[in-house]
Write a protein that binds this ligand. Structure first.
Ligand code: AKG
Ligand code: FE2
Length: 352
């Protein structure tokens, strides 16, 4: 058996069922660790597994509990209220995704989850700084546009509180990852000022264990640089390890799951690995989760870093504008090719 992800990579699949992870198969890393040790642990996790838990991350439990509560109240509304912010009303695929409208794995049925997506806007960023006038010509990307917000009282405030805290954590991870890649810690600071960072609220129904062709979310690799995932109480996330076995990544109180996405794999010339994962919720109960997908400012040109190309090696990927890459990948599992092609802003000149 084989699985081909959107990035074109093929991965071997040994079987279709998941087993419990062996101790240390998905490492847990404390962010309070001493810097040198922390970098060594992150290097190991990012280059060998692509998935790990972080603890002592600094995001308050009260904020996490509040966003899960906000999420539940959003999904509890009737379909008409949720469809007011349907993602097809947004030019950049933000808003509400009803169940079975997104097909992440083309070999399976559409995903069972319902979702709500929103992206960066300055009032969600507690660390925002006035930007200095840039001298370079602006690069347009296909992700130009804004969020859509439901009318639900307290929704935006609840999202903003969580988004701001998790964004600060993401910027901290960016500096640690820069160090892991042999760069100065502040190397990426200038390209994460208004980052392509998408927060996604997810609700998975309890699925029929006898219908394995429909998944909560089909097997995939994430699009952006890395994901910080808050899991609710139900274990359902599975990751495909290097031997081709599905292993469970259950929720662990006090932790987030962090995984590397395809954009950072490209940027690091595959030094960091983007690991296939899926959600199969056969717990008999509804499941909620909240991933935060972090990437650079959408106008950033991402091409393999010199420090990641060893002597005698070549860059494995062509340059991409971050926003174009994200739009193209989101569109692939959401809208028809014709709809995507008719989008005027997609005619972006890639100036390198
Ligand atoms: O819900 C989860 O645990 C994971 C969700 C996920 O993989 C995604 O939205 O990309
Ligand atoms: Fe994912």
């Amino acid at each position: 058996m084989e699985f081909t992800s959107y990035s074109g990579r093929k991965r071997a699949l040994a079987s279709n069922t998941a087993r419990k992870a062996e101790f240390d198969e998905i490492p847990t890393i404390s962010l309070l660790g001493e810097e040198e040790d922390l970098i060594a642990q992150l290097r190991e996790a990012c280059t060998r597994v692509g998935f790990f838990y972080i603890k002592d991350h600094g995001v308050s439990q009260a904020t996490i509990d509040a966003i899960f509560d906000t999420s539940k109240r959003f999904f509890d509304q009737d379909l008409d209220a949720k469809n007011e912010v349907h993602y097809k009303k947004s030019s950049i695929l933000r808003g509400y995704e009803p169940t079975a409208e997104v097909q992440t794995d083309e070999t399976k049925k559409p995903d069972l989850n319902e979702a709500f997506n929103c992206g960066y806007q300055p009032d969600l960023d507690g660390q925002r700084q006035a930007e200095e006038g840039s001298t370079r010509a602006p690069i347009q990307s296909a992700m130009q546009g804004g969020n859509v917000w439901p009318l639900q009282p307290g929704f935006k405030a609840g999202v903003a509180a969580y988004y701001s805290e998790v964004l600060a954590l993401a910027r901290r991870l960016v500096r640690l990852f820069a160090t892991v890649l042999g760069l100065p810690a502040h190397h990426f600071d200038g390209v994460v000022t208004h980052p392509g960072a998408m927060l996604r609220l997810l609700k998975y129904p309890a699925q029929d264990p006898k219908q394995p062709d429909a998944l909560g979310i089909g097997a995939h690799t994430d699009i952006e640089c890395f994901t910080i995932l808050a899991q609710g109480r139900q274990p359902a996330l599975q990751i495909l390890n290097v031997e081709g076995h599905w292993i469970e990544a259950p929720p662990v109180p006090g932790t987030f799951v962090v995984n590397i996405g395809d954009m950072l794999a490209r940027w690091s010339n595959d030094t960091m690995i983007s690991t296939v994962h899926r959600v199969l919720n056969i717990t008999g109960q509804e499941r909620y989760s909240i991933p935060f997908f972090f990437g650079p400012n959408y106008d950033t040109v991402v091409h393999p870093l010199e420090t990641c190309i060893a002597e005698g090696e070549v860059a494995k990927y062509d340059p991409v504008v971050a926003g174009d890459y994200v739009y193209e990948r989101l569109a692939k599992s959401r809208i028809s090719k014709e709809e995507a092609e008719s989008k005027a802003t997609l005619q972006t000149a890639v100036a390198v």
